[in-house]
Design a protein around this ligand. Sequence first.
Ligand code: FMN
Length: 391
Amino acid sequence: MNVFWFIPTHGDSRYLGTAEGGRLVSHDYMKQVAVAADTLGYDGVLLPTGRSCEDAWVTAASLIGETRQLKFLIAVRPGLSAPTLSARMAATFDRLSGGRLLVNVVTGGDPAEQESDGIFGTHKERYEISDEFLKIWRDVLGKTHTGGETNFEGKHLSVKGAKALYPPVQAPYPPLYFGGSSDEAIDLAAEQVDVYLTWGEPPAAVAEKIATVRARAAKAGRTLRFGIRLHVIVRETTEAAWRAADELISKLDDDTIEKAQKTFARMDSEGQRRMAALHGGKRDKLEVSPNLWAGVGLVRGGAGTALVGDGPTVAARLKEYADLGIDTFILSGYPHLEESYRFAELVFPLLPRKQNETLPGFNLTGPFGEIVGNTHVPPPAAKPAQQVSES
Ligand SMILES: Cc1cc2nc3c(=O)[nH]c(=O)nc-3n(C[C@H](O)[C@H](O)[C@H](O)COP(=O)(O)O)c2cc1C
């Protein structure tokens, strides 16, 4: 399993939908989250893009020097920049970070936001642009290694003699991740990307999606890897975790939920529609499948579900997704710094994943915990049983 965390570039909360306990997301704070993820052994962090976010490239670049092994999964909206500029930015970031760039291709699902950025096409046209963008982007970066140039004439995008002179560390180019649930999205993923990402839908729906993407990719003679984006609320007991879930929305009023749902309803994103359908804007039936809670999606766009439980429960639920073919888990929780620790401490030991032995600290055998009476090293903790407790 690859486990990623998340840099909260659009804010961090203790209680959703209020400023109470809200945190200033400054460079210092993002640095703390990134350093925590790096030293705890997360494989990478996702940085989203959109007008509600601090810029993903600039933020990630500010964190390269603060981290040692952490990969940066940077979201890129194809319509927003020229493919050659984006390719050169990717190559530079990959070079400056020593090969730590991953790219998340996101077409975007809010026409009002897109129009505010000067993109007026329909959903279908936006995917056509993404398709052409990626063809150019991949070709330009692929050819940096051999010195060739790209000529492409598309319906929306054309380049003549395009090139980038500095090749990325990763050849032919940094791996391409991708999120999108519509038919157009799945066609594009099948043909051009390396890892297909889904938001955290119930396992049966995820299984169906994986089967569809796999079948389309097979038609194109390709295979893909799969990832899932989920929040987590992990505590020492499952009861405490459910209490924390309730607390997270305890100060959220119905007007705020309605306002958020109205915004989501105007979007043309199939993925967002599927997220909103899980709870229908109502807070009475939020456990949409065992331990999968849709409370976050009452007000948060995009990833709207959380796995809730104690360590063994959450580990078991993640393994259910892994059994469906998911190998990459992109997680987050509120507040992002504290939950990154809770997840790593309570769940990492239960997951089938390789520890990164090059990380400082991983070769240590302890002591873990404060020395007792200036003399005694605390005995090692018992490994928790790997079982799902009833919720
Ligand atoms: C894991 C994941 C992460 C995403 N991150 C972003 C993002 O950072 N910015 C964004 O505009 N859209 C993001 N999206 C949404 C995509 O832009 C997607 O294209 C949008 O939902 C509309 O596509 P659809 O109608 O095919 O679902 C993400 C989607 C997934 C699954």
